[in-house]
Design a protein. Structure first.
Length: 525
């Protein structure tokens, strides 16, 4: 039999040399003989020659199709010859009855070469899409979407995940397309659409059997958390924890941690502490963060030893995690708590540690303000003034300067240092005058005449035409009288009387008359 095919080749070869319809026909049949002899490469060449002869249209079409099939069968990656052949066939014969078959071959080529985009395009061109083709389309769209997601091309991936649901042959793949869209949106920080996509996944038929089912519950909670929808996020995380205790230990740990954070955000500090404690027991990472958050929570809880417990947590953080990004905050909060406990030396030590180890940290300016407070409480005015001068010169335009000023104002007034106040304090000349006056008069009203006297004299020296001259002279007279300086007191009262009539005129006149009478100066009285 093989001999017959060889003999046929010899006969056909004589005719195939002719450039006419008969030669085309002979070349076409030579290709068939080569196939029978297992010489497919020669068969492909013969089909190619037959397809190139423009005599018999049917033979041209069939020969080109057969050439393309053999090109695919004999090709190795990247299948360029096969792709070109099938594409040429489709370009020449777009309405061929073999159109869909040609696209199926192209599909197989693209699948083999993992060219998902072209494979999907080939599938789109197949007019009669049976269930197998539809299933292939769905799987291809899914794989391409995941590929794009992994490459960080989230916008493009979203489009392909939409295509997964064009032919929802596999319910699980259709459901998972929503999950991956949620992941895309989350990566794009579009947390609203991420939440919606995760919810669609959870409701979709087939999602329950998906390996992504636990992850979607967890991810939905995270997307809500990112939107600061803490009540909804809390519900999602707790649902996840109740339903998926056999899930990844790391994911469970993180869900418990975010549950604690949700309670913290809702100001349910006792419950936050409970979940932070669970996370510490699990010891699955982020211990420094957990210790810090727990310390902040317990300080605001109903725990009877809240402040002590907070200090214990912060001390553990500082001891076990000296390189943690929470060290500065831990030092600062520890100092603040020690101030509240009136353990001022411990507070001072923590603030000094913060300032020396982290001089450029934004917390530095707040630490300086607290050092002013500690200095005032410990009656160390010189230390306070040094710290205030550092704040004034370094942070003069920062609101922190105003915070510090509110603490040190009495000391500045006492020392007469209300000049060169930083801009952030925001005091006008009239404001400063009023503060000096109020401080001086306040001492007089408290009958602290010894301290009031120099303050009032300083006010009168600085503000000869001030807004409070009459009242200042009146209280100065009272201070001088208390110091047994009757003549000085009388002069001060007379200074009030000499001013235009006001609230203190009558009282000053009566006091001056009384002093003069008591001194025997009846005409003056």
């Amino acid at each position: 039999r093989m001999g017959a095919w060889r003999n046929a080749l010899d006969v056909l070869a004589l005719t195939a040399r002719e450039d006419d319809k008969l030669g085309q026909n002979a070349t076409y049949h030579m290709a068939d003989c080569y196939i029978q002899l297992g010489q497919k490469d020669k068969a492909r060449s013969a089909f190619g020659r037959a397809a190139s002869k423009n005599y018999d249209i049917e033979i041209m079409e069939d020969a080109l199709f057969s050439y393309a099939k053999l090109a695919f069968e004999l090709s190795y990656n990247p299948f360029d010859d096969a792709i070109t052949a099938f594409q040429t066939y489709l370009d020449k014969y777009p309405n061929s009855v073999r159109r869909d078959e040609a696209y199926r071959f192209l599909l197989e080529v693209y699948l083999t070469s993992r060219d998902y985009d072209r494979a999907l395009n080939a599938l789109d061109q197949i007019r009669d899409k049976d269930l197998t083709v539809q299933g292939s389309y769905q799987l291809l769209a899914y794989n391409r979407g995941v590929e794009l997601y992994q490459g960080g091309k989230y916008d493009q991936a979203l489009t392909y995940f939409d295509k997964v649901r064009t032919y929802p042959i596999d319910a699980q793949l259709a459901a998972e397309s929503f999950y991956w869209q949620g992941e895309c949106y989350f990566s794009m920080r579009d947390y609203k659409n991420a939440t919606s996509s995760y919810a669609k996944f959870a409701r979709a038929p087939g999602s329950y059997l998906s390996s992504y089912y636990p992850a979607a519950d967890y991810a939905r909670g995270y997307a809500l958390f990112k939107q600061k929808k803490y009540i909804d996020a809390l519900s999602a995380f707790r649902s996840y924890l109740e339903a998926h205790q056999d899930d990844s230990p790391q994911r469970i740990h993180d869900a418990e941690l975010r549950t604690a954070d949700c309670f913290y955000a809702k100001k349910e500090f006792d419950r936050a502490v409970t979940y932070y404690d669970r996370c510490l027991e699990r010891d699955a990472g982020n211990v420094d963060y957990i210790l810090y958050q727990r310390a902040m929570s317990v300080s605001l809880s109903d725990d009877s030893r809240a402040l002590e417990s907070q200090i214990e947590g912060l001390d553990r953080l500082l001891e076990e995690f000296p390189k943690s990004r929470f060290v500065v905050d831990a030092l600062y909060e520890s100092a603040r708590t020690q101030i509240e406990r009136n353990k001022l030396d411990d507070a001072h030590r923590r603030l000094d540690e913060l300032l020396s180890a982290h001089p450029r940290n934004p917390r530095t300016k707040e630490a300086l303000v607290d050092l002013c407070l500690i200095g005032i409480k410990q009656d160390r005015p010189d230390d306070v003034l040094l710290t205030w001068d550092r704040i004034r010169t370094t942070y003069g335009n920062d609101p922190v300067a105003a915070d510090a000023y509110n603490i040190v104002e009495p000391l500045l007034i006492e020392r007469g240092l209300l000049d060169n106040l930083p801009p952030a304090v925001g005091l006008t000349g009239e404001d400063i005058e009023s503060r000096l006056f109020d401080a001086a008069v306040g001492l007089a009203l408290e009958e602290n005449y010894t301290k009031a006297l120099p303050r009032l004299e300083e006010y009168l020296r600085q503000y000869e035409n001030g807004h409070h001259i009459a009242e200042a002279q009146f209280y100065l007279a009272a201070c001088l009288n208390n110091a047994s300086d009757k003549s000085g007191a009388l002069l001060a009262y007379e200074a009030v009387i000499a001013l235009p009539p006001g609230d203190f005129t009558e009282a000053a006149a009566l006091a001056a008359a009384t002093l003069s009478w008591n001194e025997g100066d009846y005409p003056r009285a």
